[in-house]
Write a protein that binds this ligand. Structure first.
Ligand code: PBG
Length: 327
């Protein structure tokens, strides 16, 4: 009798499928990226990311409480300052918007969730690059490292449980670790954006943070063509003391994610970025895709490829779906 192998037997009923399902997504796996805008009196909508806003300090606190109630695993905070300068000095200033908002969240939600801070200069510089510039206009790796070290301390002092260097400077994890250890923050963790690609999928994020960038980040972020290099970057970050590593973007880089997960001895995160969010939302708005099924499938795929943690703008929404809460 042919066929003798019948994989469909295990797909017959929802209960059978549930029993043999290999991958799950739970609210605790999801991290919500959030934006807070200095001086804002009302939340500001981000047109290319429908449903995502630049928060005021007040609306940020409220949204953080809602996220905690929905059971998300963590929050990743980005600051949108009023003023930019060549050194990105708002990043290290204890009164800079990101540090102020971290203190707000630390007092509002405390240890009820994991508070993470984006550690990068691009939101704060007037040229929009992730580091400071040398005389010749290139991004100066080693001078940037010193500033990252200070920025890490400012964020740890402000209550970040985790700092997340996203600037792709060589040596950033090592310098940040040293700087934290030297200032009494040996317990603050580092989530390293290890394999971060120079991706067109960050497009909507530039609006989200009022990016001043002209040009691209190809001299420091990775070439989308390269996979082997992602392993090298990850191994360096692990050797420098990364507590967790990340691959970014997610959906177009699942092969990279899978390889990184196979060599990492620390938890692996993947960032489902602004362009991934925008694509699905646009298709949903046109009636071309079903939101819940599409979003949950995308998150499941990212988990299946090896992510322990997924950063996603749908974190709260997805957490509610997963708990069967309809709002
Ligand atoms: C840099 C940073 C970027 C994103 C997160 N951190 C932008 C960039 O590297 O150009 C993109 C996130 C997204 O697109 O959702 N601090």
């Amino acid at each position: 009798m042919f066929p003798s192998d019948r994989p469909r037997r295990l797909r017959r009923t929802p209960a059978l499928r549930r029993l043999v399902s290999e991958t799950s997504v739970e609210p605790r796996h999801l991290v919500l990226p959030m934006f807070v805008r200095e001086g804002a009196t009302e939340p500001v909508e981000i047109s290319s990311m429908p449903g995502v806003v630049q928060h005021t300090r007040d609306s940020l606190r409220k949204a953080a409480v809602e996220a905690v109630e929905a059971g998300v695993g963590g929050l990743m905070l980005f600051g949108v300052p009023e003023k930019h300068d060549p050194m990105g000095s708002g990043a290290v200033d204890p009164e800079g918007i990101l540090n102020v908002a971290l203190r707000d969240l630390a007092s509002e939600v405390g240890d009820a969730t994991v508070l993470m801070a984006d550690l990068c200069l691009d939101e704060f510089t007037d040229h929009g690059h992730c580091g400071v510039l040398a005389e010749n206009g290139t991004v100066d790796n080693d001078r940037t490292l010193q500033i990252y070290g200070e920025m890490a301390v400012a964020q740890a002092q402000s209550g970040a449980h985790v700092v997340a260097p996203s600037g792709m400077m060589d040596g950033q994890v090592g310098v940040i670790r040293e700087s934290l250890d030297a200032t009494g923050f040996a317990d603050t963790s580092i989530l390293a954006y290890s394999a971060k690609y120079a991706s067109a999928f960050y497009g909507p994020f530039r609006e989200a943070v009022d990016s001043q960038l002209k040009g691209d980040r190809a001299t420091y972020q990775q070439d989308p063509a390269n996979a082997r290099e992602a392993i090298r970057e990850t191994e360096l970050d692990l050797a420098e003391g990364a507590d967790m590593v990340m691959v970014k973007p997610a959906m177009s880089y699942l092969d990279v994610l899978s390889e990184v997960a196979s060599i990492s001895d620390v938890p692996v995160a993947a960032y489902q970025v602004s362009g991934e969010y925008a694509m699905i939302e646009a298709a949903v708005a046109n009636g071309w895709l079903e939101r819940e099924r599409t979003v949950l499938e995308s998150l499941t795929a990212i988990r299946r490829a090896g992510a322990d943690i997924v950063l996603t703008y749908w974190a709260v929404q997805a957490a509610r779906w997963l708990q069967g809460v309809r709002r």
